[in-house]
Design a binder for this molecule. Structure first.
Ligand code: HEC
Length: 122
């Protein structure tokens, strides 16, 4: 193979790599990368409730992947989160106010997402 055609081949491979990465990133987001963890504003119109929920969301983003994969709010029905969070109280060092914020966020986000996905809520 001539040097010219090798160069052309490697720039083609490079362009292909960029294309695949772009598609991966774009479809990753569309598949729920962000909507699976909805913002406070999506969950509540009231600005102060929305910002409390965002605080819960922030904790959820930070504290939930230290020990296992991320479980998304909609991975469990809203009604089952209280029990799961209760079992986690001894595992995370958060004040109880923060625990409550985290819990409200996960429950609301689960209800929101499941309703959006057209599932029955329990
Ligand atoms: C200190 C380690 C640790 C952290 C941090 C942690 N978990 Fe867990 N998690 C566990 C362990 C251990 C289990 C398995 C035992 C159980 O189910 O309680 C588990 C299980 C779970 C399960 C499956 C339980 C079920 O009944 O379906 C969910 C959902 C879950 N965790 C969500 C979370 C969320 C949300 C957070 C962030 C608030 C979190 N975890 C943070 C240790 C942790």
């Amino acid at each position: 193979m001539s040097i010219k055609s090798e160069e052309r081949l490697s720039s083609l491979a490079f362009a292909l790599g960029i294309f695949i990465t772009a598609v991966y990133l774009l479809t990753g987001c569309a598949a729920g990368g962000t909507t699976a963890i909805p913002s406070g504003r999506l969950l509540d119109d009231n600005p102060s409730t929305a910002s409390e929920l965002d605080e819960g969301r922030r904790l959820y983003m930070m504290a939930c992947t230290d020990c296992h994969r991320r479980y998304y709010p909609a991975d469990r029905p809203p009604g089952s989160w209280k029990e799961i969070i209760k079992r986690h109280r001894g595992r995370l060092s958060l004040t109880s106010v923060r625990f409550e914020g985290l819990e409200s966020y996960i429950i609301k986000a689960s209800a929101y997402q499941r309703l959006k996905d057209g599932e029955v809520m329990h």
